[in-house]
Design a protein around this ligand. Structure first.
Ligand code: MN
Length: 350
């Protein structure tokens, strides 16, 4: 048996840390002297002490460390891998937001922004009822400054909700907004749409909405629900929205892999939607480049067509019209169990 001081030196931990781990049940001493209260450790406990210290350094919460330490090595490895994936996802999300802000702050107000080439878009939008449904509650719109898809919940009220969401944005297309006003204008229009949907005769109605509003080369993205926006830039496809679904929450926590999420029976269960819930949409500002290709779609496409097939179709098919046709054909090849909404836009120099 080792005293706490000797064990601490061997484990390269402080006696204070060891007392904390004991209090938290992470590493109880092998024996405690009943009269003096001194703690004694078995040299065999060194490995456990090192594992706890490593996991602490990793920033893992103590409750989770306790779980990991109780597992056999193979399962512990899987838990740590899930934790690693979660940190990586969080870091990526923060990095993206920081990049938007850098772009936004450097473009705003500088004389360069006026000299930049004016960008325009070529676009196509379509919805399709699909094979598995006899009504279509999806809506899609594309114009010179606005792209949008919305997926209303089933039934006539859902169809009205998706249409109302897109109608609320249309006035912004001709409002001549400056880049700096895009986000506020979108946020206000979304608030109005949310109220309209909530005031409908059936107040359980709700819809997803993923939309982009342009000013020059700046584009504002508004997103709520599980429709998606993707960007094909330099030949690589990047998803720029996060699903507001229960299943995505589990992926973020490292409890489910992206592959498992795709086939999860409750993958469509939304935690946020327009007209329902208390949390509003995600809003972000992006800088477009000539050559960018954007895809907005409902889950009738993204849940049916695998990401690599989506990427191939976006890279290979020609004009936006032909690409939209190709994407809908791919959804049909996958059974088309749901309504499909699809918008493709290419950024071009004017
Ligand atoms: Mn759908």
């Amino acid at each position: 048996m080792l005293t706490i001081g000797a064990f601490a030196r061997l484990a390269r931990l402080s006696p204070k840390a060891l007392r904390l781990y004991d209090d938290l049940g992470l590493l109880p001493p092998a024996a405690v002297d009943p009269s003096s209260g001194y703690r004694f450790y078995d040299p065999a406990q060194l490995e456990r002490a090192r594992l706890v210290a490593w996991l602490r350094r990793l920033g893992m919460p103590l409750a989770r460390i306790r779980e990991v330490c109780a597992l056999p090595a193979g399962e512990a490895a899987r838990e740590v891998a899930a934790y690693r994936d979660r940190i990586a996802a969080e870091a990526l999300a923060r990095e993206r937001l920081a990049t938007f802000l850098v772009d936004y702050l450097s473009g705003r107000g500088s004389p360069m922004s006026d000299a930049r080439a004016e960008l325009g878009i070529r676009y196509a939008a379509r919805t399709d009822t699909g094979r598995g449904r006899d009504t279509n509650e999806d809506a899609a719109y594309a114009g010179a400054r606005l792209l949008a898809v919305a997926d209303g919940m089933r039934g006539p009220v859902g169809g009205r909700a998706s249409t109302a969401a897109i109608e609320a944005l249309k006035p912004l297309e001709t409002a001549g907004l400056a880049a700096g006003d895009l986000l506020n204008a979108l946020s206000e229009a979304i608030g109005t749409a949310d109220e309209t949907i909530r005031a409908a005769e059936d107040d359980t109605s709700a819809t997803t909405l993923t939309a982009m509003l342009w000013s020059g080369s700046e584009l504002a993205l508004v997103h709520i629900g599980d429709s998606r926006a993707y960007l094909l830039r330099d030949g690589a496809l990047l998803r720029i929205t996060t699903d507001h679904t229960m299943v995505q929450g589990l992926v973020d926590e490292g409890r489910l892999s992206a592959d498992e999420a795709r086939s999860h029976p409750q993958r469509a269960l939304l935690v946020r939607a327009l007209g329902a819930g208390e949390t509003g949409p995600d809003l972000s500002l992006h800088t477009a480049r000539a050559g960018d290709r954007y895809l907005l779609c409902s889950d009738g496409l993204s849940a049916v067509v695998a990401p690599d097939a989506l990427e191939r179709a976006l890279r290979e098919a020609g004009e936006p019209d032909a690409t939209v046709d190709r994407l809908i054909a791919l959804a049909y090849a996958g059974g088309a169990p749901d309504n499909i909404a699809c918008v493709v836009a290419d950024v071009v120099e004017v």
